[in-house]
Design a binder for this molecule. Structure first.
Ligand code: F0G
Length: 457
């Protein structure tokens, strides 16, 4: 008999969680203004809000925490971490920051000027926020395949070279860089192929435009290249990662994802001029350049996390779990962005709550319904997050309206996946009775989804 698949780790420490009652959840959700960001974590049974900073560290990472060097300058922890970044990404200059958006803040403070145009394959919300708050413009150049959730293609995160070239031609001299996000979070944790990475770099470089890789889930992207792209099956994840970064000019990293730490980030580049320029912003914003907002112990844990999470077994265990959840959703005929992504399943809320008009935010409504059903906290990646156009102030209804089930790394078991799928099935079964959504009572001028106050219609 062929042995079944099992995780490439065993559990050494556990954290109790508790299921609440429907009455409790109704009260808590109303108190949270129907915005799950406003819930207390203890009011949540299974927390799928994000895979960011929510992973479980390994015993090796915890052991390294004890060896952290907390010296203000030149700590051994920095050099350990720097050596790993150089090895995995082939980048010579490394600046730690406390998380991904801090890396964006430091690098973009140096690179982005008012009126600039910055193309990207679906910029993450903080990335877009750091561009728009500098009065520059982020233009999405993701391939059109990503818009059709039911289309099954292997690299839905890809850049459309046609769209990219149009932006480069129309904005000659005004594009300081392009952002290439791997995996493409916003369209469903969908990977970018090695071919597309190389072609994107070649096209940008032809127009003299550098490429910045938003690298939060680079290792998951490398896993998909290995398992889906011709010619990579026999290469190791580390070999693939190195190849992914060969033509890249700089990277920003949220280490809270594929670094498997609870907090951390960095910038890396081979461009000495950019390094010197960014350094000047690191010191006032994040701290001296050998710690940049991170503890020595956290740099140590990150060094180990990066090495561990670029091993095939670790990635296979994780992506296998996400695919398992997808297989349950298939069984229950729940539509999601196909194929299953690396870090999450993105449920097509528009297709489930089809009676709710877009002005009443179907995916945000589904977030509420899933929480009421089983205390599961998911995250809206849809019209609420898309926010308003900074100039016209109109809601941006052009993209997809998705409910993201982000799976933390090494945290939940496959039994939890069964609960999630069953809860969604129950919501699906009573969807005809869900005819009204939510309305905004108060919103912030930028990145509204974190703090928005809603009422249930
Ligand atoms: N880039 C991508 C692709 C991200 O997904 C995130 C964060 C960031 C940058 C910013 O990094 O959080 O460390 O400051 N994504 C989280 C999420 C928050 O839930 O997808 P950060």
């Amino acid at each position: 008999m062929k042995l079944p698949f099992a995780e490439s780790w065993k559990i050494k420490m556990v954290e109790p969680i508790r299921m609440s009652t429907l009455e409790e959840r109704k009260k808590w959700l109303a108190e949270a203004h129907y915005n799950v960001f406003q819930l207390k974590a203890e009011q949540v049974y299974i927390d799928l809000l994000t895979d960011s900073g929510t992973g479980a560290m390994s015993d090796r990472q915890w052991a390294e925490m004890m060896l952290g060097d907390e010296s203000y300058a030149g700590a051994t922890s920095f050099y350990k971490f720097e050596a790993v970044v150089k090895k995995i990404f082939g980048m010579q200059y490394v600046i730690p920051t406390h998380q991904g958006r801090a890396a964006e803040n430091v690098l973009f403070s140096y690179l982005v000027k008012q009126g600039n145009v910055i193309p990207g394959n679906a910029h993450f919300d903080t990335t877009k926020g750091h561009i728009e708050s500098r009065k520059a413009k982020a233009i999405d150049v993701t391939c059109d395949e990503a818009k059709d959730t039911q289309l099954e293609v292997p690299f839905k995160g890809n850049v459309s070279l046609e769209k990219l070239e149009k932006v480069l031609v129309e904005n000659k001299g005004n594009v300081p860089f392009m952002v290439l996000t791997v995996t493409n979070n916003t369209v469903g944790g969908q990977p970018v192929s090695m071919k597309n990475i190389k072609e994107t770099c070649a096209l940008c470089h032809k127009y003299g435009v550098p490429v910045v890789m938003d690298s939060a889930r680079f290792a998951e992207n490398a896993y998909f290249i290995k398992t889906r792209e011709e010619g990579y099956a026999d290469k190791s994840i580390k070999e693939i990662a190195l190849e992914m970064y060969k033509d890249i000019d700089a990277m920003t990293m949220s280490a809270k994802k594929d670094g498997v730490v609870n907090m951390g980030g960095f910038i890396a580049t081979n461009n000495k001029e950019w390094y010197e320029g960014a350094k000047l912003f690191c010191i006032p914003f994040e701290g001296y350049v050998t710690y940049g907002g991170m503890n020595g112990r956290d740099l140590n844990a990150l060094a180990v996390g990066l090495m561990e999470n670029t091993e095939y077994d670790m990635l296979h265990t994780r992506i296998h779990q996400v695919a398992y959840l997808a297989s349950l959703l298939d069984e229950y005929k729940i539509p999601y962005q196909r194929p299953a992504g690396g870090h999450a399943i993105f449920v097509d809320a528009d297709k489930i709550l089809s009676k709710i008009p877009k002005e009443e935010f179907p995916a945000q409504t589904l977030t509420c319904e899933l929480y009421l059903e089983a205390g599961i906290r998911a995250c809206e990646i849809g019209y609420m997050l898309a926010d308003r156009d900074p100039v016209t102030r109109e809601n941006r209804f052009g993209g997809l309206d998705l409910l993201r089930l982000a799976i933390p790394r090494r945290v939940y078991t496959d039994n939890h996946m069964q609960v999630i799928a069953a809860a969604l099935k129950n919501v699906m079964e009573r969807r005809d009775s869900i005819t009204r959504g939510v309305a905004i009572e108060w919103e912030a001028p930028l990145m509204r989804h974190f703090t928005v106050k809603l009422k249930r219609l």
